[in-house]
Design a protein around this ligand. Structure first.
Ligand SMILES: Cc1cc2nc3c(=O)[nH]c(=O)nc-3n(C[C@H](O)[C@H](O)[C@H](O)COP(=O)(O)O)c2cc1C
Length: 201
């Protein structure tokens, strides 16, 4: 398989360099213990007021078949073009009000994102890869899983062992092998003042 390690300009911790978003997956189940590990990593994310507003619906091919089919049906046509190769599908859902006082939690999505980033980094450490997706029908997911008001379906994920790009349709295989690119540090770092673009080193 092509090396997808991030060509980082400064040394970064192994899971961050190893994480990427595949579209091709091996036809191989994820061991239960590994799934527990990625969820455990999500569990230890920080969150506003330690509210832990994240929820994940998880369905495995051959195990939670009905849930897997329902999750798959919520994906956009583009994502359906590849996501069915993954042995695990997930839906990330944020509780939008704080548990301790019922007030709106402006950071619920942020916290779900942090938990999901932890999950993805832990997955990469285990040789797995997650691929997050905004391309899904949130209203359909709410209905399919009877997700109550006060909970926001925000992201879907594939999870599994990354597979060969060549197994994908040609257009997707090309994207899978394209160089990984990022903005430079100075394009998002403002040193001391808004607009004072710079990099500390
Ligand atoms: C919130 C979010 C939504 C995304 N939605 C999609 C999506 O619907 N379909 C898709 O193929 N990739 C999606 N991606 C993956 C991004 O395109 C990918 O993370 C980005 O191109 C960087 O590539 P990398 O994750 O391999 O570093 C999404 C990523 C995030 C974080």
């Amino acid at each position: 398989m092509t090396d997808r390690t991030a060509p980082a300009a400064h040394p970064i911790a192994a899971p961050f360099a190893a994480r990427w978003s595949p579209r091709s997956y091996e036809d191989r189940a994820v061991p239960d213990a590994a799934l527990a590990q990625v969820l455990e990593a999500a569990r230890w994310a920080s969150s506003c007021f330690n509210d832990q507003p994240w929820n994940f619906i998880l369905a495995r091919k051959g195990r939670e078949e009905d849930g897997y089919a329902k999750l798959f049906s919520c994906l956009s046509q583009n994502n359906q073009g590849w996501a069915g190769r993954a042995p695990v599908l997930m839906l990330g859902v944020a509780r939008t009000a704080f548990a301790h006082n019922g007030n709106p939690n402006r950071h619920a999505a942020y916290d779900l994102g942090q938990a999901t980033a932890n999950l993805a980094a832990q997955a990469a450490t285990l040789g797995l890869q997650a691929h997050q997706m905004a391309g899904f029908d949130a209203a359909k997911a709410r209905e399919a899983f009877a997700i109550p008001e006060g909970f926001d379906p925000l992201v879907m994920l594939t999870l599994g062992y990354p597979g060969a790009a060549a197994a994908l349709p040609e257009a997707l295989a090309t994207r899978e092998a394209a160089p990984r690119a990022r903005k430079g540090i100075s394009e998002f770092t403002h040193l001391g003042a808004w607009g004072a673009a710079g990099s500390p080193a």
